[in-house]
Design a binder for this molecule. Sequence first.
Ligand code: SIN
Length: 278
Amino acid sequence: MGNISNIYRVEKLAPAIGAEIHGVDLAQGVDDALFGRIHDALMEHQVIFFRDQTIDIDQHVDLAKRFGKPLYSKKLKMYSEKYDCLSLLENDGSKIAVGSVWHTDNTDFEEPPMGSLLYCEVAPSVGGDTLWASMYAAYDALSKSTQEFLEKLTALHDNSNVRRRYSGKDVIPMSGTNVEAPSEHPVVHRHPVTGRKALFVNSNYTQRIVGVSDIESRHILQMLYEHCQRPEFQVRFRWRAGSLAIWDNRCTQHHALDDYKELRRMRRVQIAGSRIVL
Ligand code: SIN
């Protein structure tokens, strides 16, 4: 069953982004052929979902390792002493939910993560959905002249907004939130595997466009954030216990909705990425 079964099926969930993989029991192990199919689905659909999976922390981390090197996330609580790469995201609505603004993960890093595997242990009866948006679709929908203009630009990214947002008392405990040196990335980059171009700015980390005035930078970024949030570029996922999402951080943004009052308990592994280049 770890191998590709004859019921393996990829169901597209929205035109621009997102697919559910059916007919796979990840707890049975993932052989090379199955991993190839999963990786291909991720490259094509940018975020993929599995339902009704029972994977323990070893299986979660082992699957993450198939994609690359798991990252230690110093800003989130560790899920267990066993793995420093496994983060606990637990909330009952009493704290600001991690990731509850549109963002690409950790673009403040010189080498932002390539992706994440997020597994749901407990879901609220309603609320706590996550939305993903395709930055390929956002780039493709721009006019040619705007694409060409943006391709000449770079932007600075740092964690000062995140630090501000989580500096209150009633928030998920976070450490290591000092502002670190900004990273500079192209505003449009080329995905290292698919070769497709994607927008690479987000309101959580991007601070300013390099080499233009403050007013120009502010308005360029504001236009791009508004553009990137168009619903046609999105998919929305309703979590259930046993759901797993795997996303490609290089061509997506996501937003975890902060609209629930019951326990939502997730574990996440991020995968190391590489420099962002056009
Ligand atoms: C995140 O931004 O990684 C958290 C996503 C979520 O909890 O849905």
